[in-house]
Design a protein around this ligand. Structure first.
Ligand code: GLY
Length: 391
């Protein structure tokens, strides 16, 4: 099947420098157009050697930089650090433990300490090298230290490449809810090297595929169809079509963020398809240690079942198609049976998207079209949480 390019790339603020990088392995660039906060997402494979030049163009006056990584991404961070030092940047490295637990006040405080030790000034970039946890934590440190430092995202997981590194959401968790303490702080640039995916654990990689499926359902029926035909190949991070798929997801996200940067009109909220359920699964089922994308997969299935139950879904095939795709990617299709439904409902009411405790969901009407739906009867949500479960 053909796979057209999606919305045309705009003239980039960094177009000259990127044109010279193209010959050096940068295969694609997507500009997020936000006026003075515009930035480029650059994408290539095996492009580490050009990282120093990329950072230098973003922060030409900086004398220092702080790289934030976790124990898994530390080897990548150390290589990138040597490229920065070769560009006359005195670079510190802060390493946090892997996992959601690091999105905490305690780990945030270690980053503030590292910035202080580095004598960071307003030009010092914070460079997040990792997945969603590192990006959210380092991003929040950048948003708040010295009233805001430049942020550069280097996502190393599929999930971070297609979603969390783009759009400026940064946050840490409250003990009773995900991402409750945060800020919007756009990065200066996003650097995607798909070679980083080669060493990503399979389960992590598959978890990222859930967010890719999300883009198909919320806005791009062609992408969804491509995932159906290329699903087997895409189970490998070396799939030839993968860079194109990542770029397509980033373009969709860029266009949505450009129109609703601060999630005020309801447009950006569509990126949260499946997430109201997913966040509740992550909070109530914390002990089961699902990855974010796994929770999103089960959450999208619940949202589609809910849409069917309340007569919102006009394309009945969407549900089995989404189910087949997520199953092919070996992702969960329902919540675990032992999660308490009252606890799940309570967690959903505290979700950031709930208004005055009323439940709101992003629900599909057909492939490529979803809407924010308020005041869904609680009985229907309860029914969905019990109609299909994993024992
Ligand atoms: N991950 C959803 C958003 O960035 O809005």
């Amino acid at each position: 099947m053909t796979f057209p390019d999606g919305p045309p790339a705009s003239s980039a603020p960094m177009s000259q420098s990127l044109d010279s990088q193209k010959s050096a392995g940068v295969d694609d660039r997507i500009t997020v157009r936000l006026g003075p906060r515009s930035y480029d997402i650059v994408l290539g494979r095996g492009i580490e050697d050009h990282f120093g030049g990329f950072v230098r163009q973003l922060v030409p006056q900086a004398a220092t930089a702080l790289i934030v990584a976790d124990e898994h991404t530390q080897p990548i961070a150390l290589r990138l650090l040597s490229h920065l030092q070769a560009c006359d940047l005195q670079t510190g490295l802060a390493v946090v433990p892997p996992g959601e637990g690091s999105k905490s006040l305690a780990q945030l405080s270690t980053l503030y300490d590292a910035l202080y030790e580095l004598a960071a000034d307003r030009r010092t970039p914070v460079i997040a090298v990792g997945g969603g946890v590192v990006g959210d934590l380092a991003g929040f440190a950048a948003a708040t230290y010295n009233r805001g430092l430049p942020l550069i995202m280097v996502p190393t997981t599929l999930l971070a490449m297609v979603d969390s590194s783009v759009g400026g959401k940064t946050a840490i968790n409250h003990s009773r809810g995900k991402n409750l303490i945060g800020a919007f702080h756009q990065p200066r640039g996003v650097w995607i090297d798909t070679a980083f995916l080669d060493t990503l654990p399979t389960r992590e990689y598959r978890s990222g595929l859930a967010e890719v499926v999300k883009y198909g359902v919320i806005q791009d029926a062609q992408l969804f169809a491509l995932l159906e035909t290329e699903g087997n190949a895409l189970q490998s991070p070396r799939a030839p079509r993968l860079p194109q798929v990542i770029a397509r997801c980033c373009r969709i996200k860029a266009r949505i963020v450009e129109q609703d940067e601060l999630e005020e009109t309801g447009l950006r909220a569509i990126l949260n398809y499946g997430h109201t359920f997913a966040h509740a699964f992550e909070v109530v089922g914390a002990a089961d240690q699902w990855l974010h994308g796994e929770a999103v997969a089960a959450g999208m299935m619940c949202a589609a079942r809910l849409a069917r139950r309340i007569g919102f879904l006009t394309e009945p095939d969407l549900l089995p198609r989404q189910e087949r795709l997520l199953q092919a990617f070996q992702l969960p299709l329902a919540p675990l049976a032992h999660w308490n439904v009252d606890d799940l409902l309570a967690a959903m009411r505290r979700d950031k998207k709930a208004l005055a405790g009323r439940l709101r969901f992003i629900l599909p009407r057909q492939t490529g079209e979803v809407h924010l739906v308020s005041d869904v009867p609680e009985a229907e949500v309860r029914a969905v949480l019990t109609e299909a479960t994993i024992v």
